[in-house]
Design a protein around this ligand. Structure first.
Ligand code: UDP
Ligand code: MG
Length: 321
C-alpha cells in the first residue's frame, strides 16, 4: 500500500478551506478504507503568504486531525508555482507519491483514484487532463487555449489542457529537485523529467467559493515566464528576422544603385522615414526581448532561494523551522 500526499498551495483561501478540507478528508478516508492508500497518507496545505485567516484555518485543521492535515507556511507570497514546489520538496521524503491540486478543488478529486491506480501500474507521472472546460468563462477558456498554442509554437513541450493537477512519484520528485532553475514553470519542467508518464481525464468544475487568484496580469506574467524560462525560440526568431531584413536591404540597395546610375534619383522621403521608424521599432523590440533573457540570467546567477519555510506543521504538531 502506497503513502500518497496531497499538496495544496493556498493564497487567501479562507472562503474555500472549510469545504475543501471536508471533501479531502472524505476522499482520503474512503481511499484508506478501500485499501488504495496507506493510513499515513495525508493532505498538506501550503500557505503562500496569505493575508487572510488561511494559516489560522490550516493550523486548526492540523490540531483537529493531526494524522490527516499538515501545513507548511512560506515566509511570504511567492506565487503558485513556488508554493507548489515548496510543498512538493517538503514532502518528498515522507511519501511514495505526491499529488498537487488547487485549493478550490476545481479539478475533480475523484480522479485521484485513477491516478493512484496508474501509479501502482508503474507510471511515475500521471497528468490530470481536463476533458472539457465548459464551467470556465469563455475568456478564461480562450486565453488558456491560446496559451497552450503559443507555448507549442515556441517549442515548449506542455501537456495540452493539463494544469498543475498531477501525481509524481518520489523518484520523479527527486528528479524535479535537481532542476536548479529559479524561474519556475512546472508544467514545462515536469515533461523534461522523462520517467514513464500517462494521463487521466476529468471534468473541471467551477470555483465553489472565493474568486480566482489568477487575474489577467498574473496570467500574462505566467505565460511570459513559461516561454522565456524554457525556450530560446524568440531569440532565434529575431535572428531570422534580422537576416530577412538584411537580405531585403541588399535587394533595395541594388535597386537604388540602378535608379541612381540611370539618373532617376528621386528624393525618397517616404521610404526613408518609413524605414527609420520600422527599423527603429524592430530594434527596440529585439532589445526588449534580449533584455528579458538577460534579466533571467541575472536572476539565475543570484541563486536566490525559491522560497523560505516559516513553519512546518507535521505529525505531532511540533513546530520545525
Ligand atoms: N495560489 C497561490 N499563490 C498565488 C496565487 C494562487 O498559492 O500567488 C494558489 C491558489 O490558492 C489556488 C491555486 O494557486 O490553490 C490556483 O489559483 P486559482 O484557483 O485562483 O486560479 P485559477 O483556477 O483561476 O486559474
Ligand atoms: Mg481555480
Amino acid at each position: 500500500m502506497k503513502t500518497i500526499f496531497l499538496v495544496i498551495p493556498c493564497y487567501n483561501e479562507e472562503e474555500v478551506l472549510p469545504e475543501t478540507s471536508r471533501r479531502l478528508r472524505e476522499k482520503l478516508l474512503s481511499l484508506q478504507e478501500s485499501g488504495a492508500i496507506s493510513k499515513d497518507s495525508r493532505a498538506v496545505f501550503v500557505d503562500d503568504g496569505s493575508k487572510d485567516k488561511t494559516w489560522k484555518l490550516i493550523t486548526a485543521l492540523h490540531i483537529k486531525y493531526p494524522d490527516m492535515f499538515d501545513g507548511v507556511k512560506l515566509s511570504r507570497n511567492e506565487g503558485h508555482q513556488n508554493a507548489l514546489f515548496a510543498g512538493l520538496m517538503q514532502v518528498k521524503d515522507h511519501c511514495d507519491a505526491a499529488i498537487s491540486l488547487d485549493a478550490d478543488l476545481q479539478d475533480d478529486i475523484n480522479a485521484i483514484d485513477e491516478m493512484v491506480q496508474q501509479f501502482e501500474a508503474g507510471f511515475d507521472i500521471v497528468y490530470g487532463v481536463r476533458s472539457q472546460r465548459e464551467t470556465d468563462t469563455a475568456f478564461k477558456r480562450t486565453t488558456a487555449r491560446s496559451f497552450y498554442k503559443i507555448m507549442e509554437l515556441m517549442g515548449v513541450e506542455v501537456v495540452y489542457d493539463h494544469a498543475d493537477y498531477r501525481l509524481m512519484s518520489r523518484r520523479a520528485l527527486e528528479g524535479l529537485s535537481e532542476f536548479g532553475e529559479v524561474n519556475l514553470f512546472l508544467r514545462g519542467i515536469v515533461p523534461m523529467i522523462g520517467y514513464p508518464s500517462t494521463k487521466v481525464y476529468y471534468e473541471r468544475a467551477a470555483r465553489f467559493a472565493g474568486e480566482s487568484k489568477y487575474p489577467l496580469k498574473k496570467m500574462l506574467a505566467f505565460a511570459a515566464e513559461g516561454i522565456t524560462s524554457l525556450s530560446v525560440k524568440p531569440i532565434r526568431m529575431i535572428t531570422g528576422l534580422g537576416v530577412l531584413i538584411f537580405a531585403v536591404s541588399i535587394v533595395m540597395l541594388i535597386y537604388f544603385l540602378i535608379r541612381h546610375l540611370t539618373g532617376h534619383t528621386v528624393a525618397g522621403w517616404t521610404s526613408i522615414v518609413f524605414s527609420v521608424w520600422a527599423i527603429g521599432g524592430l530594434q527596440l523590440l529585439a532589445i526588449g526581448i534580449i533584455g528579458e533573457y538577460i534579466g533571467k540570467i541575472y536572476l539565475e546567477t543570484k541563486r536566490r532561494p525559491k522560497y523560505l519555510i516559516d513553519t512546518w506543521l507535521h505529525e505531532d504538531g511540533a513546530r520545525t523551522e
